[in-house]
Design a binder for this molecule. Sequence first.
Ligand SMILES: [Zn+2]
Ligand SMILES: [Zn+2]
Length: 245
Amino acid sequence: MNIKRLLSFLFVNEYNCILCGRELPVITRYHLCSGCYAKQEVIGADACLKCGRMISGEGQYCLDCQNREMSFDRAFSPLCYSGGAASLVMDLKFHNKKYIATPLAKWMTDKFLESGLTPDVVMPVPLHAHRKRQRGYNQSELLAKEIAGGLHLPIDVTSVSRVKETLASSKLQGGRQAREENMKDAFVVLDKGSVAGKRILLVDDVLTTGTTANELSKALKKAGAAAVYLVTYAVTREKAPIQEV
Ligand SMILES: [Zn+2]
Ligand SMILES: [Zn+2]
């Protein structure tokens, strides 16, 4: 274990801002100091009715959702994937700061509650067993546990398995088609009985292209899920429309 990792275990302090590390005079809901909180890009009413990303133009749906059918019903994120939110997701995922799952999940829970939707069960987006072994944990599972607790719902971590080791989207070339091909049949529903007829709330750390959530939702719907919702801590911005020249 390297020294940085060891220190992150020792200095888990509830009273410090999870972004800048400054001591909090009073404990805040999302464990951010007022300066870091003010810098967050919070998603308000100007969000896509399908994927929840912030939209810049007119209309109720982002350009991506206007041109593409997603298998999930609705997705929600409290924040844009930029600046502080992006570095917190990185901390949770790659820097072993598992303790920040609690404040991150709190914001996700608050955001989801605004929707008024009533799922039956919470399910983290599974990691492939190999990836989970490498990392030591599934960050989405940490978030899902907290969210299930906050919503007083059961958590299901066994009904779906990620059977295909996929490449990170960032390492893929060739756009959407390559991403979809990479993710195709990545998930298998092991227990259809516990999925059929259920309204499922999926939990992931971040929503980018939506390919992962789409493929998992597709598998769940095929197994009879009544509805699939998704909550993530952050979502990437709407892509700028192609400029006509
Ligand atoms: Zn701060
Ligand atoms: Zn959208």
